[in-house]
Design a protein around this ligand. Structure first.
Ligand code: CU
Length: 435
């Protein structure tokens, strides 16, 4: 689904197709979306903590997929809350002590590793591999016993950026089962920067985590039935952002119909404006799966400023960030990317509103009798639309699809336009009063 300016005709056709599908999905999936409540219903949500202490419970539960399936999962939840996929997003400050208390309700031992963090301790001892009597490794770190064990991990938060936390015990199986979450380390004194560089500043109202993963439902069924796991037949069928597959990715955080999948993945921004909207959004990509996820937003590239918790900078502080149209996220990797939308040169509310004119009837999109596609390439005020139509656009905003470009990963069990896919919504520069 790459779009280029050279393929104008095909691009327009594709836009019609995608627009149709998206508007249908948006109508079906996002009834409660609201720009007024954007800060609470969209974007990164930090788990509650006192003095950077988190109480997590490893447990089991079910999540739903858009094709009506139900998947048995293991995951971390807040001990004060319930089962959720993925685990809670842990937000901490670089250089400060972090405590994670793991309580285990699973029928086998489990643990947490914090890749990228140094000096991790487990119940006061250095975190280190655990061996059985014959020297075989049973866990990457000290684990909590099955059925009610617990273990306390401590470390000092390292370099600012984004990290996975995940099971270090029987990792192939337990991580596949869902034992993973995001750790966001913020620079001390600069919660609005990705790293310690001033040029990594972002708008805290537009901060997003995209935790990418995959599920082989047959393997999960085997675990649920206490059957042996057959890795020779492993095949992922579901592909997720934050534990949800498209179109559930578009629904707001804590959507009532996704009780154990609290995190949405809709990116909702306005165009860059030097005075009213100067700072970009940030998207923190993480891969908890087994293969590369070539994540590909349409319509704009993104600026990669951090990988694996390290700022992209030279030894003399040269800026080594770069623009990328396809964000390759490797297994275990994190990529932090800044993103803004440049439309200011086209649009001015008073001097150049670019009114949307009604195109020829042959250029209008008519589904059944009544859905209208404006053909306008510009963001702006919506203006009048023909009467007796179904209106799928609130205020002149754009929706651009963003998805894994390994198209198998953009499916729900093979059904396309699902899986690891979401939408970037760009409101007109003046906002979306129609909401
Ligand atoms: Cu595409």
């Amino acid at each position: 689904m790459t779009t280029t300016g050279k393929l104008r005709t095909r691009f327009a056709e594709r836009r019609v197709t995608i627009g149709l599908a998206l508007t249908a999905l948006l109508l079906a999936g996002v009834p409660a979306m609201s720009t007024a409540g954007a800060a609470t219903s969209e974007g990164l949500e930090c788990a509650s903590a006192t003095q950077q202490t988190f109480n997590l419970t490893a447990g089991d539960g079910y999540v739903s997929t858009p094709d009506g399936n139900s998947l048995y999962m293991w995951s971390y939840g807040m001990s004060s809350g319930g089962f959720q996929l993925p685990g809670p997003t842990l937000c901490v400050v670089s250089g400060q002590k972090v405590t994670v208390v793991l309580h285990n309700t699973l029928p086998e031992e489990t643990s947490i590793v914090f890749p990228g963090q140094r000096g991790v301790t487990a119940d006061g001892d250095p975190a280190q591999p655990q061996l059985n009597a014959t020297g075989g490794m049973t866990s990457m770190v000290q684990a909590a016993d099955a059925n009610s064990g617990s273990v306390t991990y401590e470390f000092t938060a390292g370099s600012p950026g984004t990290y996975l936390y995940e099971s270090g015990t029987d990792m192939n199986k337990q991580v596949q089962m869902g034992l993973y979450g995001a750790l966001v380390v913020r620079p001390a004194g600069h919660p609005d920067q990705v790293n310690n560089r001033a040029d990594s500043k972002f708008d805290p109202q537009h901060e997003y985590v995209f935790l990418l993963s995959e599920v082989d439902p047959d393997l999960h069924l085997a675990v649920e039935r206490h059957d042996p796991v057959d890795w020779s037949s492993y095949r992922a069928r579901y592909f997720m952002i934050n534990g949800r597959s498209m179109p559930d990715t578009l629904a707001p955080n804590h959507a009532s119909w996704l009780p154990h999948q609290p995190y949405g993945a809709l990116v909702h921004i306005k165009p860059y404006d030097a005075s009213t909207n100067p700072d970009p959004a940030v998207i923190r990509y993480l891969n908890a799966g087994t293969v590369n996820y070539p994540f590909h937003p349409h319509g704009s590239d993104e600026r990669v400023v951090n990988t694996d918790g390290q700022a992209l900078a030279g030894s003399n502080a040269e800026d080594l960030s770069y623009l990328k149209y396809d964000i390759d996220v490797q297994p275990g990797q994190s990529v932090d990317a800044l993103m803004d939308w440049r439309d200011a040169e086209h649009w001015n509310a008073s001097t150049n509103p670019i009114p949307t004119t009604i195109p020829a009837i042959t250029d209008q999109l008519l589904v059944g009798p009544d859905t209208w596609f404006s053909e306008s390439p510009y963001l702006g005020s919506k203006g009048a639309v023909p009467t007796n139509i179904t209106d799928n656009n609130q205020c002149g905003e754009y929706y651009h699809v963003a998805h894994s470009h390994a198209l198998e990963q953009a499916t729900n069990y093979g059904a396309t336009f699902g899986g690891m896919m979401t939408v970037f919504r760009i409101d007109p520069p003046a906002g979306c009063p129609a909401n």
